[in-house]
Every structure is written in structure tokens, then in C-alpha cells.
Design a protein around this ligand. Structure first.
Ligand code: IMP
Ligand code: MG
Length: 189
């Protein structure tokens, strides 16, 4: 994974709060295409329902759905976890639920980052109770060594160190989602 390069570092307005590039825009782009290809192969017989977990997964979902060459359907749900800003409490509140029925569907949850795994664990139980034919996860980022709940993730974009990161959908106080690369966050002053 890359270090700083001028090409990656176009976000002058955010410069003070960003540390190093954890995943460059090019690395994200290339990996999302790979994931799309793999999903296209794995689900060729049964195009999945892609479930985007708002808001963090919007950038990933938008790119991934276009990289899958199958007639996928998409839906969105929004969750928020109570607790401190940069750590999840594991208590998840459903802010927006899905619109479609999951019964008999092959469902692929599209997540931004798995940290403790508590959010995903909750989501799996919540959605799993609706009788999908299958329920798998495609996570862009997996924080190494942080999982408090064992996860079986069918697709992972990148394993990254446990630092807090922003960009490509990931936020601090709703900001930095519109960056194309993923950076460590060093702001907070
Ligand atoms: P978990 O429940 O600890 O796995 O945390 C998952 C959720 O916390 C993600 O869906 C994100 O919304 C948020 N989160 C965890 N780590 C980060 C990070 O490094 N940057 C931004 N959001 C994060
Ligand atoms: Mg968030």
C-alpha cells in the first residue's frame, strides 16, 4: 500500500487533518474491479441483492455495483451505533430499514469497514431472520486484530492496521467522505 504521493494528495482543504495514505485512489479502484469480477463469477446463476450500509459504504457501493456484470438489485439501510464518535458500542439503531423482502434472496451486505465486528454481527442477525437464501458480506476494509466477534467475510478489499481512517465514504463528524483515497485521521484539535 502506498505512502504519500502528490497524485493522491489533492485534498488541500483536508490536509491538516489527514495522516498518511492507507489506500490510494488507484488501489481502491483496482481492487473494486477485482471484487466486482469475483462477485460476477460467484453469483452468475443468482444475481444478488446488494445491501448498502449507509452512509459509510456509499462510495464503495456506487463503484462496486458498476463493477458487477450481472443484473443486481440494490437497496439501502442506515444504521447508527450509540457511543463515542470513533468507537462503536455494539448497540445498533436501525435508522432506515430495507424496502424489499429478503425471503429467498441471495443477499450481499456491502460494508465500509469491519472494526470490532459488532455492527456487522448485529446486521447479520437482523437480516438473517428474514429468511434470505444466502447472506454474505463484502467489506472494503478489515481492521487487523480488532474483531471482538469472529466474522466470516466472503469478500474483503483490504486488511489495514487498526488506526482510525477517513475518506472514500468514511467520516469523522460527517466529513471527509468525499475523498477518493483512504487516509489515517490525525485531526481532532
Ligand atoms: P464495528 O461495529 O466496530 O465493526 O464498527 C463498524 C462501524 O464503525 C463502521 O461501519 C463505521 O461506520 C465505523 N468505523 C469503524 N472504524 C472506522 C474508521 O476507521 N473510520 C470511520 N468509521 C469507522
Ligand atoms: Mg460512520
Amino acid at each position: 500500500m502506498g505512502n504519500y504521493s502528490p497524485d493522491d494528495f489533492t485534498a488541500t482543504w483536508a490536509r491538516h487533518d489527514l495522516g498518511e495514505v492507507v489506500v490510494s485512489a488507484k488501489e481502491v479502484h483496482d481492487r473494486v474491479l477485482e471484487l466486482g469480477r469475483q462477485i460476477s463469477l460467484d453469483y452468475a446463476e443468482n444475481p444478488p441483492l446488494l445491501v448498502c450500509v449507509l452512509k459509510g459504504a456509499i462510495n464503495f457501493m456506487s463503484d462496486l455495483m458498476r463493477a458487477v456484470e450481472l443484473p443486481v438489485e440494490v437497496d439501502f439501510m442506515a444504521v447508527s451505533s450509540y457511543g463515542a464518535a470513533t468507537k462503536t458500542s455494539g448497540v445498533v439503531r436501525i435508522v432506515k430499514d430495507l424496502d424489499v423482502d429478503l425471503a429467498g434472496r441471495d443477499v450481499l451486505i456491502v460494508e465500509d469497514v469491519v472494526d470490532s465486528g459488532l455492527t456487522l454481527n448485529y446486521l447479520r442477525q437482523y437480516l438473517g431472520a428474514r429468511s434470505p437464501a444466502s447472506l454474505e458480506v463484502c467489506a472494503l476494509l478489515l481492521k487487523e486484530g480488532e474483531q471482538r466477534v469472529q466474522q466470516s467475510l466472503r469478500y474483503v478489499g483490504f486488511s489495514i492496521p487498526a488506526d482510525f481512517v477517513v475518506g472514500y465514504g468514511l467520516d469523522v463528524n460527517e466529513k471527509y467522505r468525499n475523498l477518493d483515497a483512504i487516509y489515517t485521521y490525525v485531526g481532532g484539535a
